[in-house]
Design a protein around this ligand. Structure first.
Ligand SMILES: [Zn+2]
Length: 208
């Protein structure tokens, strides 16, 4: 399965931006979660790494700020483009991690060179998918929607296989990234940590 082809297609990145616009519009319509005030644009500047020739819209992540004085709460909608504060785009993190699990080491080398990813970064991503992702609040809830549709063994390759089918790659990528979009906000990555007596300890928030 050729999951990578689209990532070299500028229209794919433009397509993902339109999904982010929809997600942002939905957040804005809900207004401020603290006071119900209107939300104003307060985008974050970003310098994502990954493909060359990204559309200009990739220089910022869509975000809002409550317009009411004394509140000014920040609201950052989920994204199909940016994974938290990671400098690499979500699709690149997923693709390179998944290719590492596959039988094509040559392709991995090509991709890491193209996207300028070093080994240490890739091994951090591997730890994220193996150790952190399965323990996030997001996955604990979301897995019910997928299991037992397919057996989840190796992330993120199994997710690619579950969402992306030949002939509708763009749609599949869109659905997968939308499915994962809650983990692009701080709350989605919360991990419930237990102490050694099995009692829940404090909540941890981890980036990766
Ligand atoms: Zn507010």
């Amino acid at each position: 399965m050729m999951y990578h082809k689209l990532l070299f297609d500028a229209t794919f990145w433009a397509f993902l931006f339109t999904i982010d616009q929809d997600l942002a519009e939905a957040s804005r319509a809900e207004q401020c979660p603290s006071c119900g005030g209107h939300l104003h644009c307060a985008n974050y500047p970003r310098k994502p790494r990954g493909p060359r020739d990204l559309p200009d819209e990739y220089r910022f992540r869509l975000s809002f700020c409550c317009a009411r004085d004394g509140c000014r709460k920040r609201v950052t909608p989920p994204s199909v483009r940016f994974l938290g504060r990671k400098v690499y785009l979500g699709a690149v993190v997923i693709l390179v991690s998944a290719m590492r699990q596959g039988p094509t080491p040559r392709r991995v080398r090509e991709l890491t060179e193209l996207f300028d990813v070093d080994r240490r970064t890739i091994s951090r991503w591997r730890d994220f998918w193996n150790e952190q992702f399965p323990t996030t609040r997001f996955w604990k809830v979301a897995r019910a929607r997928l299991v037992p549709v397919f057996e989840i063994v190796d992330f993120p390759r199994s997710l690619l296989a579950a969402f992306i089918h030949a002939g509708d790659d763009r749609d599949g990528w869109g659905k997968l990234l939308r499915f994962l979009s809650p983990i692009t906000t701080t709350k989605g990555l919360e991990i419930k940590v237990s102490d050694d007596r099995g009692q829940p300890a404090e909540d941890a928030r981890r980036g990766f």
